[in-house]
Design a protein. Structure first.
Length: 250
């Protein structure tokens, strides 16, 4: 299935800072980032130790600590059936586009088997509650009309719209004929953010998790500029020397 484009940009420091704040406020209660330390994150994101401690450390830890959740694994297993995973490398494992699409496609599911009353278009049967519902609101899934005798279908792509997200499906009937059917996610109970602002917030979270998955990228980007500048200077110098050495050769 073709996913939504997260359009991550690790050079956008403001986005990384917003993403860190959103993650710590809405996700860190259950999910840890054990491969990252608060002080390293602060340096990379342009934050002082005091700012990190005041705004991003909620577990009573120190600025040099690993970013662990205060939730005990034993309690998590008892409440959720399984301990929420560490998300240090989730962006590398799943990909930024998957994460972005996942955050945007929670919807209300009245099925009694759903423990938190929600499901997800990207991760069907998800066991996580929609922790960002107060920002996004509650989405409802409006299923497109299927042809009579429809027996097989598969999702083709997700599409962002002004109202929400559309899921394009190919449905096959008993005769083997195929038709396209569009399911729609629409906000039935608004949250504190509109559709556009929530997408920006989700992109900030994904941007931050992409950074956490490989923080050395920021260092490579900084070094890369100077490497390219050196190569450019060396090319010019080489050309000038070449002209000087061969000017008397006919």
């Amino acid at each position: 299935m073709a996913l939504l484009d997260a359009k991550t940009d690790l050079s956008d420091r403001a986005s990384l800072q917003r993403g860190a704040g959103l993650f710590m406020n809405y996700c860190s209660g259950c999910h840890s980032l054990e491969f990252m330390r608060y002080d390293r994150m602060g340096r990379d994101l342009g934050l002082s130790d005091a700012q990190v401690l005041e705004n991003l450390v909620f577990s009573g830890g120190k600025v040099g600590d690993e970013m662990r959740t205060a939730l005990r694994r034993e309690d998590a297993k008892e409440w959720f059936g399984v301990a929420p995973p560490d998300l240090s490398v989730i962006a590398r494992a799943r990909g930024p586009d998957w994460l972005y699409s996942y955050l945007l496609t929670f919807y209300q599911d009245p099925n009694p088997a759903r423990p938190f009353g929600v499901n997800n278009l990207v991760f069907s049967g998800v066991g996580m509650p929609h922790v960002l519902w107060s920002l996004q609101g509650i989405q409802s899934l409006e299923k497109g009309e299927r042809p009579a005798g429809a027996r097989l279908e598969h999702a083709v792509r997700l599409e962002a719209t002004k109202e929400g997200v559309n899921l394009h499906n190919i449905v096959q009937d008993e005769s083997g004929a195929e038709s396209r059917v569009v399911d729609r996610l629409v906000v039935s109970a608004p949250g504190s953010l509109g559709v556009g602002p929530f997408r920006s917030a989700a992109r900030d979270i994904v941007n931050f998790l992409t950074y956490v998955g490989e923080p050395a990228k920021l260092v490579r980007y900084r070094i890369g500029f100077w490497v390219l500048a050196y190569l450019g200077f060396f090319i010019v110098l080489s050309y000038v020397l070449y002209r000087e050495y061969w000017k008397d050769v006919h």
